[in-house]
Design a protein around this ligand. Structure first.
Ligand code: NAP
Length: 259
């Protein structure tokens, strides 16, 4: 049952009922909850980061080969339902999950954390996508804290008018802007350390995707406190599906589905 080019530590087929598309804290929390409830599941990771945080229980790692590959995998592994708990900006796998489950006639639940919303002291410039964020940065210049992730750094590579503090989990491999420093770390982050980082680097603009959730939100409060502008990239549109934002609600949905 192991896919070529992927790793799979799954139990025998009869224990596999739910596929959790993961790579997020919510997906790991759902795996923990299901492992206690006796619902059989397998988690799937893309394999993007070295040394990923693994959920409890069986895990497979690697792409499926598009929506057709995913549909085939669901059918050959006798999956009964899919929970798409991927990151709000992982638009391709979310699209593929919607198509594959529709084609296979399987229930799909989207577990997606709520977006951040600006408070009174926040100064957000909302943009629809990363190229728009790059245009805003290029027009303003200055010292930028870039937290959009390794895969998106290349969008900013041509900007000469700004200096970038680029925070990533794994080192970026593609093109980088000419003036930058890379810091490698993985959240969660707290308010005091985020404030210190912004101050020590004389940051005057923060660029972030609207990922939502508490693990990386301290930078927003720190930016607001220091009067730093935030270029906030809005989430991509998603296909229609049943959606919940809390892990408990996803568990309830699965329990109702499986009786
Ligand atoms: P993406 O652009 O939506 O997906 C690109 C391809 O990666 C998919 O077509 C699929 O390959 C594969 N893939 C993505 N998620 C997968 C999963 N959970 N299991 C198996 N294959 C998967 O995804 P992405 O933005 O690169 O994100 C990759 C992973 O990192 C996701 O699991 C996501 O939850 C996590 N993540 C993403 C972000 C972000 O900002 N995008 C942030 C934190 C965590 P095939 O077409 O071959 O199936």
């Amino acid at each position: 049952m192991t896919d070529p080019g992927t790793t799979d530590s799954s139990p025998p087929d009869d224990a596999r009922r739910i596929l959790i598309l993961g790579g997020t804290g919510e997906a790991r929390a759902l795996a923990s909850t299901l492992s206690e409830s006796g619902i059989g599941f397998i988690s799937s990771l893309a394999g993007r980061v070295n040394d990923p945080r693994l959920p409890v229980g069986p895990v497979r790692i690697g792409g499926f080969g598009g929506s057709d590959g995913l549909r085939g995998w669901l059918q050959s592994n006798r999956i009964q339902a899919v929970v798409d708990a991927t990151h709000p900006f992982a638009a391709t796998i979310t699209r593929n999950a919607a198509r594959a489950t529709a084609d296979a006639g399987l229930p799909l639940l989207r577990l997606r954390r709520d977006p951040w919303v600006p408070g009174d002291s926040d100064t957000w410039i909302r943009v629809p996508d990363l190229p728009s964020a790059a245009r805003e940065v290029a027009a303003r210049g200055g010292r930028v804290f870039l937290t959009t992730g390794r895969q998106d750094v290349g969008v900013f590579a041509g900007i000469e008018s700004a200096w970038f503090l680029i925070r990533v989990v794994d080192a970026p491999t593609g093109a980088l802007p000419p003036h930058h420093e890379v810091v490698r770390s993985r959240g969660p982050y707290d308010h005091a350390s985020e404030s210190r980082l912004l101050r020590d680097n004389d940051i005057d603009m923060l660029v972030t995707k609207n990922s939502g959730g508490p693990l990386t939100s301290a930078k927003l409060a720190a930016a607001a406190e220091l009067g730093i502008e935030v270029i906030m990239v809005d989430r991509p549109a998603e296909p229609d599906s049943a959606v919940v934002s809390e892990v408990g609600a996803a568990r309830d949905w699965l329990e109702a589905l499986l009786g």
